[in-house]
Design a protein around this ligand. Structure first.
Ligand SMILES: [Mn+2]
Length: 268
């Protein structure tokens, strides 16, 4: 397996073992990452083949008191998709408790195909299956004891976030979490636009209330307003492929979080 071969140059074990090791570490995680109540967390938006963005984040924040949560979409669009995801998977193997890789829609190609998808089209059948298998194990959300929820697209409509572990990849809630868009209006569900389900403020407020969360940190929409819904919905993007600026958000887990303004935004 080529993924294994490239990773092997960085880690001294054989290719199958690397893929197995990645699967083993990811399978230990819940679909919902529960972050602790101490330290700080850095949220990183879509990197989309901007390998340099991932390296810059790691250079700055792979150290105490930080943990780093990537919000998905590591591949496609940019020129360094494979390098970017291999780099991040390698770091996950080396620092399983410090780095978390959530799934985006671009990691779900084997669940729901889309176009354009330059990364996926560049792979051999075997590589596609290997990446598809690894990506099927990625968590879908992260939460903090002080009221932050982080995911790629839009909130799922579940009784409780604990139900995430029973969620089936490809079902309606999965589709919302990785493909969903928010638009700034008072509506609930607004139908689909180019195959992407659209949601407004009513939907946001209803589910944030149910899950008892204060702030949603998400990515997925490079041109969405930075803050929506009384500043409680923060959308960040961290790839030069779409925007000249790359934004990350840092939360202090020991402080009260009421809205997006309680997080620190940084440009990298
Ligand atoms: Mn996306």
């Amino acid at each position: 397996m080529e993924l294994g071969n490239i990773l092997r140059e960085m880690i001294d074990i054989n290719p199958e073992q690397i893929v197995e090791k990645a699967i083993e570490i990811l399978e230990r995680e819940s679909r919902l990452i529960r972050l602790p109540s101490e330290g700080k967390v850095v949220f990183v938006g879509d990197t989309h083949g901007d390998w340099d963005a991932s390296q810059e984040v790691i250079r700055r924040y792979l150290k105490k008191p930080y943990r780093v949560v990537f919000l998905g979409d590591y591949v496609d669009r940019g020129s360094y998709s494979k390098e970017n995801i291999q780099y991040l998977l390698q770091l996950k193997l080396e620092h399983p408790e410090e780095i978390f890789l959530l799934a985006g829609n671009h990691e779900g190609f084997m669940v729901k195909e889309f176009y354009p998808s330059n990364f996926w089209k560049s792979l051999s059948l075997e590589e596609r299956e290997t990446f598809g298998w690894i990506f099927s194990k990625l968590p879908l959300a992260a939460t903090t004891p002080n009221g932050i929820l982080a995911l790629h697209g839009v909130l799922p409509d579940l009784q409780s976030l604990d139900d995430l572990d029973q969620m089936k990849l490809g079902d309606e809630n999965w589709d919302r979490m990785v493909w969903g868009d928010f638009t700034e209006n008072e509506m609930d569900y607004l139908g689909e636009l180019w195959g992407r389900p659209q949601f407004g403020g009513q939907y946001f407020n209803r589910l944030m209330e149910r899950y008892q969360k204060q702030v949603l940190v998400r990515s997925h929409q490079p041109h969405a307003p930075l803050m929506m819904f009384q500043n409680r919905c923060l959308t960040i993007f961290t790839s030069h492929v779409y925007l000249p600026i790359r934004t990350i958000a840092i939360a202090d887990l020991e402080k009260e979080i009421r809205n997006g303004e309680d997080l620190v935004l940084e440009r990298i």
